[in-house]
Write a protein that binds this ligand. Structure first.
Ligand code: GLA
Length: 385
């Protein structure tokens, strides 16, 4: 009898272990999860949500379907202390009122199109002029200011949120109905994977990017000039005084734009250099050294020396806009009452080159019916010990 009971107990324990094992294989690790809660109501009456993704190591990304904005991103330093490393606001109204694209998805066209005009297949299109004489970041109401459909998923690869938006033919002056889908996935390898997908019913330029402002020392603490930056780029695209590329693909060697070896952001930012003057600092597109590789390559690595936090950016894109937060000027009060002074954040915007619709020699940004626009950028977080 006693023996039978023992055998039964053994069978039971084995069964439970098998069921638990299966469950583990099906879903994400127990602590990784994504949850949805209300974030607020837009001025036009749409309610939007906040999605909180947490991975098995405790990293946390909060994003809203208003503009696909990444609201906060908490990662550990070398002592294991978590802090929010992105700039932004506490509430929806502040984002709607005035935001320099904090954390947002930018589209249809990231960065500038000269004079808001381009010709495609013989037709000239006029876009909004919203930045000096030029068109910037998709226009007056770009993808950063629209409400996206949203769904969240727990998968084996990570926890994710999928944002979808259909931009109507003619929206902001662009041709064609563009169906866009952007996925944020947080993995247990401490990666934030951003996948972009687009299809259209008429030829149109498409150049989507992510406009998060990082400060690896912690949001709103101090400027980013001590951050050490490496860029995988031996060339960049110099600009005119309105930040439109001249068309040149210039070598960075011997200039303040040479980040091929790790260099503090602030080491040369104050130099008397025509290009730094044009940007008020760094606000330039770097041409990534990808050779024939059309896949994911390392574009940038940033180390914050005091906390040891490290950010790597990998991308399938040909370019990277390095913006050193030059237009922040202390007039914005962000999360938790922190005032964002000049250069309190930096952006690494993976992209095709600015003004490509007017630059035949740059990689094309034209998406045609029947084609798929696909782009991937991976932000990897770690520490340097
Ligand atoms: C991009 C541009 C900058 C600036 C910011 C938003 O990074 O290149 O010039 O417009 O967006 O303020």
């Amino acid at each position: 009898m006693e023996r039978l009971r023992l055998i039964l107990r053994f069978v039971l324990v084995a069964l439970v272990a098998a069921i638990v094992g299966c469950a583990e294989q099906e879903g994400p690790p127990p602590s990784a999860n994504v949850s949805r809660s209300p974030f607020g109501t837009t001025e036009s009456g749409d309610s939007v949500d906040v999605f909180t993704m947490v991975n098995a190591n405790g990293l946390e990304v909060r994003a809203t379907n208003y503009g696909g904005i990444i609201l906060s991103l908490r990662v550990p330093d070398r002592e294991g202390n978590f802090d929010d490393v992105v700039l932004g606001y506490d509430d929806l109204a502040a984002y709607e009122a005035d935001s320099p694209y904090f954390g947002a998805i930018v589209g249809r066209y990231g960065n500038r199109i000269a004079n808001g005009r381009f010709t495609l297949d013989g037709t000239t299109y006029e876009l909004a002029i919203n930045n000096g004489p030029n068109h910037l970041h998709g226009g007056v109401k770009g993808f950063d200011k629209v409400v996206w459909e949203a769904e969240s998923f727990d998968t084996h690869d990570g926890v994710s949120v999928v944002f979808s938006y259909t931009s109507a033919d003619g929206e902001e002056g662009y041709p064609g109905t563009l169906a866009a889908r952007v996925t944020y996935m947080l993995t247990d390898r401490d990666e934030l994977v951003v996948d972009y997908l687009g299809t259209t019913d008429k030829a149109t330029p498409v150049n989507l990017t992510q406009h998060t402002y990082f400060n690896l020392a912690g949001d709103g603490r101090r400027d980013v000039l001590d951050h050490e930056l490496t860029l995988n780029a031996q060339h960049y695209t110099p600009v005119d005084e309105t930040l439109i590329p001249t068309g040149a693909i210039a070598p960075v060697a011997g200039t303040p734009f040479d980040f091929t070896a790790s260099t503090a952001v602030g080491a040369r930012i104050g130099r008397d250099d025509e290009q730094l003057r044009a940007g008020g600092g760094y606000d330039h597109n770097f041409v990534l050294d990808r050779g024939d590789d059309s896949g994911l390559i390392l574009a940038a690595r940033v180390v914050e020396p005091t906390t040891g936090r490290v950010l790597e950016v990998h991308t399938t894109e040909p370019g990277l806009q390095f913006y050193s937060g030059n237009f922040l000027d202390g007039t914005i009060t962000g999360k938790s009452g922190r005032v964002y002074e000049r250069r309190y954040g930096f952006c690494l915007e993976t992209q095709h080159f600015p003004d490509s619709p007017n630059q035949a020699a740059f990689p094309s940004t034209t998406l045609r019916p029947g084609e798929e626009y696909r782009s991937r950028t991976v932000f990897v977080f770690g520490v340097d010990r």
